[in-house]
Structure formats: structure tokens, C-alpha cells
Write a protein that binds this ligand. Structure first.
Ligand SMILES: [Zn+2]
Length: 205
């Protein structure tokens, strides 16, 4: 792509670093911004910079939060003895949208993937195991996507906590294999949380 302006080229190149944004799309977005009032670009860049430098993670569940304890963890009406294990904030949002769940979450920050160099210690698994050891959890619900990495992660955690006297369940999927939680429809996802099944029975299938 030949550019008549270095400034334009640099903006397009930065935009094209984002996932799913090719050079053509990047150029379209940048040209769009050029047509808008300058204040819009300022608002965009200011909000991105503020988000990047001030973002916090909840000290309990590791979800992205503006406060040290997120709204879910600090809500006295939520049941802290039930913890749903998810990959990231998108899963929390998807499950919250169903209004079918009143427990806590534990956000792993990814899935075990040796190919990408992600092992258990790169995730928040140690802090989850500590919570189980502390005896505050009665039930752990596995809600990672049914991919190989998701299954590996579930199984790894299960092995770590197997010796403790807690219930382990998994969301009964009406969701086909490989679907990410965030794309599942609310009714199906809500129903599968309510009708969760013992984790061990999911291993036999
Ligand atoms: Zn939290």
C-alpha cells in the first residue's frame, strides 16, 4: 500500500495491529476519523490511554474492574461459596446477561496452551487453588469453552482440587463443541448453568 502521507501511513499501520483489522479496514477507519471533528479522535485516544493505564483487576476474582474488589465480589447478595471458572471478562458478561447465576466467578485470564507457552502459572490457577484450600468454596463450576485447551485446563484444575471435599460441576452444554460462551444465546446458556452436571460425568463422554 502506497501512502501519500507518512502520518496517514503510521496511523493505518497502528490500527492494522489490532486483531481482525487488515490494512484496508484500517485505512477506512482512519479516513472516517479524518472526516469527523478532531474532538472525536481526541476522545477515542484519551479513553484508550486512560483504560490502558488505570485498568485494575479484582483482587478476588481477577476480573477487570475499576475498584480493588469488583461489583460482583463486593455484592453481599452473591453466594461466594459457588464459584464459576471462566476464561475472561467476556464469559462473565455472557453469564451475567442470563441473570441465572448468583455465585462468584474466578477469571483465569486464558487457558492452558503449551503451544502458546501458557502454563498454569501464567494463569490465576494458583489463587483459585488457594481459595479452595481456604475452604470458602463449596462448589466449583467449570465453564470454559469445550476446546482442547478448555478441556485440558478444566482437567488440570480438577486434579489440583480433587482431594478437597467440594462439589465440581460443569455447565451442561446445549452449546455445540467449540462454541465460545460469548456467542451462546442467553436462554441456552442460562438453562445450562441452572442444569449443570457433575464434572466427572462430563469426563466419561
Ligand atoms: Zn471480583
Amino acid at each position: 500500500m502506497e501512502f501519500s502521507s507518512k502520518l496517514l501511513e503510521s496511523a493505518v499501520n497502528e490500527m492494522a495491529q489490532l486483531p481482525g483489522i487488515g490494512k484496508r479496514t484500517a485505512l477506512r477507519l482512519v479516513l472516517h476519523l479524518l472526516k469527523q471533528p478532531e474532538s472525536q479522535t481526541e476522545l477515542l485516544s484519551e479513553s484508550l490511554t486512560a483504560m490502558r493505564s488505570n485498568i485494575n483487576f479484582c483482587s478476588n476474582c481477577h476480573n477487570i474492574s475499576d475498584t480493588s474488589l469488583c461489583e460482583i465480589c463486593s455484592n453481599a447478595n452473591r453466594d461466594q461459596s459457588i464459584v464459576c471458572v471462566v476464561e475472561d471478562i467476556r464469559d462473565v458478561m455472557a453469564i451475567e446477561n442470563t441473570s441465572s447465576y448468583k455465585g462468584h466467578y474466578h477469571v483465569l485470564g486464558g487457558k492452558i496452551s503449551p503451544m502458546d507457552g501458557i502454563g498454569p502459572s501464567e494463569l490465576t490457577i494458583p489463587s483459585l487453588v488457594r481459595k479452595v484450600e481456604d475452604g470458602i468454596i463449596d462448589e466449583l463450576i467449570f465453564a470454559l469453552s469445550s476446546t482442547m485447551e478448555g478441556d485440558t485446563t478444566n482437567f488440570y484444575i480438577f486434579k489440583q482440587i480433587e482431594k478437597f471435599d467440594i462439589k465440581t460441576t460443569t455447565i451442561a452444554r446445549g452449546i455445540s463443541v467449540g462454541d465460545e460462551l460469548e456467542y451462546a444465546d442467553e436462554v441456552t446458556l442460562g438453562r445450562s448453568i441452572v442444569n449443570r452436571i457433575p464434572f466427572e460425568s462430563s469426563l466419561k463422554n
